[in-house]
Design a protein around this ligand. Structure first.
Ligand SMILES: Cc1cc2nc3c(=O)[nH]c(=O)nc-3n(C[C@H](O)[C@H](O)[C@H](O)COP(=O)(O)OP(=O)(O)OC[C@H]3O[C@@H](n4cnc5c(N)ncnc54)[C@H](O)[C@@H]3O)c2cc1C
Length: 378
C-alpha cells in the first residue's frame, strides 16, 4: 500500500490534518487504533463557537449539545463567583459526533480512514501497522497524549471524568472547584449536558483520582453513574520540535492542549489544520522550509498565550488554599463584569491576570509569586 501521507490517530487533530491534505489533492490514510471514530470519548466537550468556525466545523444538530451561559468558580472555603459567559459563546458539543463529523469532511475531500488499525513503527519507506507495511512520504503522529508518555512523563496528570445523572446538575452552568489539598495543581469540574445530566471530572498531582471524584460526588448529593473514563492530560505546553525528519507531530501529541485546563479541541485542532497546509505545500515544492512553516504558524498564533498559561500554571502549583481563599475575597463585581463582557475563552490569560488582582491588592500572591507575575504581565 502506498499513500502520500499516513496519519496515526483518528481524532480531532489527525482528522483535520487529513481533511486539509486531501483537499490539497494528495492521498492520505488515517489509521485509528480504536474500533470507532469518536469512541471512547475522553473530553468534556467545551469549545467556543469561534474556535469551531476557525476549525471549519459548523456543528451538525447531533454534534451541538447546548450553550454554556455561566461559569461558577469556587474557592476551597466554599466562596464562589460566577462569570456570565454568554458573550464568549461557549458550547458543549458531543465529542463522539464532532469527531465523526470531521471524519466525514475528511472522507468527502478524499481521505481514507481505517479503524482498528494501529501504528507500530516507522520503517525506511513509511510505517508498519498491526496489519501491514505502508509506504508514505510523510507520517503524521496524531496519537494524542499517548505519544508523549514515552517521551516525557513529567507533564502528565491523570484525570477521571464520569458521566452522571443527577438532579443538582443545571443546564448551561459549568462549575470549577479549586482545592489545593484535594486536587493539587488542577481542579474539579462539572460540565452539564442538560438539566439533570452531565460530566464531573477531576485531575491533580499525586492523588487517587477515582477516590477523589467519588468523594466530590458523595458531597454533592444523589447521582447515578452512566460512564467512567480515566485519561492522561498534558499540561506542559508545546514540545520542542513539531517536525522531525519525515514525521510531523500534531495536536495533543505535540503538546498543543492548553496548559491551564488541558482543553485542546481548538488549539490541537488548529495544529492539525496548520500541519495539513504545510504538508500540502511541502509535497508540491519538496522544500523542507515549507514543512517547518507549520511550527511557526502555530507558535505565532498560540505561543505567547501558551507561555502565559504556563506561568499561570506555575502559580497554581505554588499557592495554598489560604492564598486562593484570600484571592477570591478580593475579586470585585467590576472584575467579574469586565471578564464577562470582554474576555475570550480561547485566550483566557487576560481573565487570569484580572482574577489575580494585578490591578488590585493581592499582596500575598504578589509576594509569593512576584517574579512570575511580572512575566505573566509582560
Ligand atoms: C477528561 C478530559 C476532558 C477534556 N475536556 C475538554 C474540553 O472540555 N474541551 C477541550 O477543548 N478539550 C478537552 N479535553 C482535551 C481534548 O480531549 C484533547 O485536547 C483533544 O482530544 C486532542 O485531540 P488529538 O486529536 O490531538 O488527540 P486525541 O483526541 O487524544 O486522539 C488521539 C487518537 O489517536 C489514537 N491512537 C493512539 N495511539 C494510536 C496508534 N498507535 N495507532 C493509531 N491510533 C492511535 C487514539 O485512539 C485517539 O483516537 C479533555 C481531555 C480529557 C482527558
Amino acid at each position: 500500500m502506498n499513500f502520500d501521507v499516513v496519519v496515526a490517530g483518528g481524532s480531532v487533530a489527525g482528522l483535520l490534518c487529513a481533511r486539509e491534505i486531501a483537499s490539497g489533492g494528495f492521498s492520505v490514510l488515517v489509521i485509528e487504533e480504536d474500533y470507532e471514530i469518536g469512541t471512547p470519548e475522553h473530553c468534556g466537550g467545551l469549545v467556543s463557537m469561534a474556535g469551531l468556525e476557525e476549525l471549519g466545523v459548523i456543528p451538525f444538530r447531533k454534534t451541538f449539545v447546548h450553550m454554556i451561559e455561566s461559569a461558577e468558580i469556587t474557592a476551597p472555603n466554599g466562596n464562589s463567583f460566577t462569570i456570565n459567559s454568554k458573550k464568549q459563546k461557549v458550547v458543549e458539543i458531543n465529542r463522539r459526533e464532532l469527531d465523526k463529523q470531521i471524519a466525514f469532511q475528511a472522507q468527502k475531500n478524499g481521505a481514507v480512514i481505517k479503524v482498528k488499525t494501529s501504528f507500530q513503527e516507522i520503517t525506511d519507506t513509511g510505517i508498519r501497522t498491526n496489519e501491514e507495511k505502508i509506504d508514505c512520504k510523510i507520517f503524521v503522529d496524531a496519537r494524542g497524549v499517548s505519544s508523549l508518555v514515552h517521551k516525557d512523563r513529567t507533564g502528565i496528570l491523570l484525570s477521571a471524568q464520569y458521566e452522571i445523572y443527577a438532579d443538582w446538575i443545571k443546564k448551561g452552568k459549568v462549575e470549577v472547584l479549586f482545592d489545593q489539598e484535594k486536587y493539587p495543581g488542577f481542579f474539579a469540574w462539572i460540565i452539564p449536558s442538560n438539566d439533570g445530566k452531565g460530566k464531573v471530572g477531576v485531575a491533580g498531582r499525586g492523588i487517587n483520582i477515582a477516590g477523589t471524584l467519588d468523594k466530590i460526588l458523595e458531597e454533592k448529593g444523589n447521582y447515578s453513574t452512566i460512564r467512567k473514563i480515566f485519561a492522561p492530560i498534558w499540561i506542559k505546553g508545546p514540545i520542542a520540535k513539531f517536525v522531525e525528519g519525515k514525521t510531523v507531530i500534531v495536536g495533543d501529541a505535540a503538546g498543543q492542549a492548553k496548559p491551564t485546563t488541558a482543553g485542546g479541541i481548538f488549539t490541537s485542532g488548529m495544529g492539525g489544520v496548520y500541519a495539513g497546509h504545510a504538508i500540502v505545500k511541502f509535497l508540491k515544492t519538496n522544500n523542507r522550509l515549507d514543512l517547518e512553516q507549520y511550527q511557526k504558524k502555530w507558535t505565532d498564533r498560540f505561543g505567547e498565550e501558551f507561555a502565559k498559561q504556563l506561568f499561570a500554571r506555575k502559580i497554581l502549583e505554588r499557592v495554598d488554599n489560604k492564598t486562593i481563599n484570600n484571592l477570591f475575597e478580593s475579586i470585585t463585581p467590576g472584575i467579574i463584569k469586565e471578564i464577562s463582557e470582554t474576555d475570550d475563552f480561547d485566550f483566557h490569560t487576560s481573565s487570569i491576570i484580572k482574577l489575580l488582582g494585578v490591578k488590585g491588592s493581592i499582596k500575598t500572591v504578589q509576594t509569593l509569586i512576584g517574579g512570575e507575575l511580572k512575566k505573566l504581565l509582560s
